[in-house]
Structures are given as C-alpha cells and as structure tokens.
Design a protein. Structure first.
Length: 120
C-alpha cells in the first residue's frame, strides 16, 4: 500500500511539474498555430528520436519534463531511455502510436520500470 501511495504521488508530481511550465521547449512544425497543437511532456530520462517521419531530439531538462508542441492526429514516435536512470528498464527504439487531440496534453512517465504515455 505504501509503494502504491508513493507511486501515485510521483505520478501527480510529474504531472504538475510538466503542466507548470507553459513554455514550449520544442515545436514539431512552427507553421501550426499553438491553439491547433497537442502537447507532449518528455522527461529527462527519455529521448524522443523520431516523430512521424521526422528525426527529432526531444528530452527533458534538469528535473522538469520538456513541453513539446506536436500536431494533432495519429502519429507514431520512437524513443529510447537513458541507460543509467535508476528504476527504468533501458529500451532503444521503442515506439508509441497515439491519436493526439488538439489542445490536449500527454506525458511520458516511468511506471514500474516501463515508460507509459498518460493523457493529462
């Protein structure tokens, strides 16, 4: 029960930390108006290497996730995790496919050693 409570607190803390910053660190396509974007928060232990057909280099900075402006619609992105981040199983070239909704936020987090994508 104690581990569950700590896990829930960590998820909430990451969510609030990511949402606290309104500054967009990266933008996939500067031609898309901000009010037509979706948003992806990427922690410092994850490196997004590809989004759609475009090579990118998105990662969090310090203890805060980076906010990335991405286009809405269904997109596949590829990421890897830091080798030495405690508690996260190292993965290379893992992919997620997600239908990103306009104005909605999503966050990559560590849940029990696996990276998951949460809707915010």
């Amino acid at each position: 029960m104690r581990k569950l409570l700590v896990g829930v607190c960590l998820i909430i803390a990451f969510a609030f930390t990511g949402c606290a910053s309104n500054a967009i660190a990266y933008v996939y396509d500067p031609e898309i108006p901000e009010d037509q974007m979706s948003f992806l928060w990427v922690p410092n232990y994850v490196l997004v290497k590809q989004f759609g057909d475009k090579t990118v280099h998105w990662s969090g900075s310090g203890m805060s996730p980076s906010k990335v402006g991405v286009p809405s619609g269904e997109h596949t992105f590829i990421y890897e995790t830091a080798e030495n981040f405690s508690g996260v199983n190292h993965v290379k070239d893992k992919s997620f496919t997600k239908n990103f909704e306009i104005g909605k936020g999503y966050q990559l987090i560590n849940r029990n050693g696996e990276i998951v994508l949460l809707d915010l």
